[in-house]
Ligand binder design. Structure first.
Ligand code: IDP
Ligand code: MG
Length: 155
């Protein structure tokens, strides 16, 4: 099943000059980047995006970090890509994240874990719509498409 998922490259990734390396991983995996932009998250958007964490003691710090600096938002598309991308990202606490994952390779932290990725297909739909209007998403043909997927994997 072709899916889209939302990624946010967090302020720590930008400061640590990791964004090229991180984006390269998604390109090399074969995912199609269909939207990408730099933006500043508003406090309202942060509260919506992290609504499941509003009552946590670390929420004020999280909101401050994510809204006081620019971030990069991206949408990628591919077969079952929500799950694929979460595996590439690794678990929330980067000290526990497997080597070979983005968090496992680039971070030692939970609050500075370099990247956000949607956690389910339902969340992904909401998060893509929160950050991108349809005219910011591009349905171009990937020239290597037939080399990324076999005949029975293209829907
Ligand atoms: P996820 O990013 O792996 O989906 P969530 O539980 O959705 O994890 O939390 C969102 C973000 O909130 C995390 O990526 C992390 O930056 C921050 N966060 C989560 N738990 C903690 C914590 O215990 N301390 C500090 N920051 C946290
Ligand atoms: Mg999450």
């Amino acid at each position: 099943m072709m899916e889209r998922t939302l990624l946010l490259l967090k302020p720590d990734a930008i400061q640590r000059k990791l964004i090229g390396k991180i984006i390269t991983r998604f390109e090399k995996k074969g995912l199609r980047i269909i939207g990408i932009k730099m933006l500043k998250l508003s406090k309202e958007n942060a509260k919506e995006h992290y609504s499941h964490l509003l009552d946590k003691p670390f929420y004020p710090g999280l909101e401050e970090f994510m809204t006081n600096h620019p971030i990069i938002a991206m949408v990628v598309e591919g077969q079952e890509c929500v799950e694929v991308v979460r595996k590439m990202v690794g678990v929330t606490n980067a000290r526990k994240a497997e080597s070979g994952t983005i968090r496992g390779d680039y971070s030692l932290s939970t609050g500075r874990n370099t990247i956000h990725a949607s956690d389910s297909p339902e969340t992904a739909k909401k998060e893509v719509a929160r950050f991108f209007s349809e005219d910011e998403l591009f349905e171009y043909k990937l020239a290597v498409f037939e080399y990324l997927y076999a005949e029975d994997e293209r829907e």
